[in-house]
Ligand binder design. Structure first.
Ligand SMILES: C[S@@+](CC[C@H](N)C(=O)[O-])C[C@H]1O[C@@H](n2cnc3c(N)ncnc32)[C@H](O)[C@@H]1O
Length: 302
């Protein structure tokens, strides 16, 4: 059981954990800024909203990490002026390097999601991916998203773990831990060195993830802050089982010893199952069984 930490300690551990992760983050999670990444992000945005958006003039991303969502949406021509924020200076450093390489002009600011240093009504879109579950006081954060959005503005978050989906994903993770020594032997890979600078402390994972949501709880957080037209969807079931199995195996080995062919198999297999989930399962099963939840809502005009 991870120790009970105060909100301030959770923020501090999140900063430390993600600072260490920043350099290897894109490689570890297969983050792409080419056509594959762009299509993935657009598909998530379409799914969250229920339609393809025209685009937004001013966006604010919370917990932007290395820029996966905003940079891909800018490349797709969906965002004109972007502000990317994160609590981790290391992540923002990698994001700026990615933006420079892609020749994108982005404003960055180190910010805690619960205290946004921006004027009221100064954005048309507040967005994020895989960040809400790290935020200690979600009600306060949603209150801030509401405040900085212009009337009629959109709030959109994807990649949030669902409580039930997260429980289901523990099975492949456990199986992978048991299989890891055999798998390493087959691939002639050495075990990972626990205190390597490149490997964020896995013990901290249980501390940085402070929520897994039911669809109803996530919807309530938005409604209580005054949002309307709240829409919750779910994605990734088979893809998440496959992905967690492979990531757990890979994390057990020295990164340089994981063969390129294995990484290709893991990446392509994940994309294939993602599309199977999308076409076969997402319209048939309730959002709560999927690993990831998406939420979109609107700030009222009046
Ligand atoms: C799982 S990563 C996701 C990064 C990026 N959105 C992506 O999808 O690749 C979560 C991010 O949230 C940031 N974060 C954690 N707690 C935060 C907080 N209280 N306020 C702002 N950002 C936070 C972390 O530093 C990290 O970059």
């Amino acid at each position: 059981m991870p120790p009970t930490l105060s909100a301030e300690q959770i923020r501090e551990v999140n900063t430390r954990y993600h600072d260490v992760a920043a350099d290897h983050y894109d490689a570890k999670w297969g983050i792409d800024f080419g056509p594959v990444g762009r299509e993935q992000v657009l598909a998530k945005v379409d799914k969250a909203l229920g339609h393809r958006p025209d685009g937004w003039a001013r966006s604010l991303e919370i917990g932007a990490g290395t820029g996966y969502f905003t940079l891909n949406l800018m490349r797709a021509g969906k965002i004109a002026h972007a502000t990317c924020t994160d609590i981790s200076p290391g992540m923002l450093h990698t994001l700026r390097a990615n933006a420079e390489r892609l020749e994108l002009d982005v404003r960055t600011e180190r910010v805690d999601a619960e205290r946004l240093p921006f004027d009221d009504a100064s954005f048309d879109l507040v967005l994020g991916h895989a960040v809400l579950h790290h935020i200690p006081d979600l009600a306060r954060a949603f209150g801030e998203f509401q405040r900085v959005l212009a009337p009629g503005g959109t709030v959109l978050f994807a990649g949030e773990p669902s409580r039930y989906g997260d429980r289901l994903a523990r099975m492949p993770k456990r199986a992978a831990v048991a299989l890891a020594p055999l798998w390493r032997r087959a691939l002639r890979a050495r075990p990972a060195i626990a205190d390597s600078d490149a490997a964020p402390d896995v013990e901290l994972e249980g501390v940085v993830d402070v929520h897994a949501f039911s669809p109803r709880e996530l919807a309530r957080a938005a409604r209580d802050a005054g949002f309307v037209d709240v829409r919750i969807t779910g994605e990734e079931l088979l893809a998440s089982w496959f992905g967690w199995t492979n990531r757990t195996l890979e994390a057990s080995a020295a990164p340089d010893d994981v063969p390129w062919a294995w990484r290709q198999y893991a990446y392509r297999g994940y994309l294939m199952l993602q599309s199977l989930d999308r076409t076969l399962l997402e319209s048939r099963l309730p959002p709560g069984v999927f690993y990831n939840l998406l939420i979109a809502a609107r700030k009222p005009r009046a």
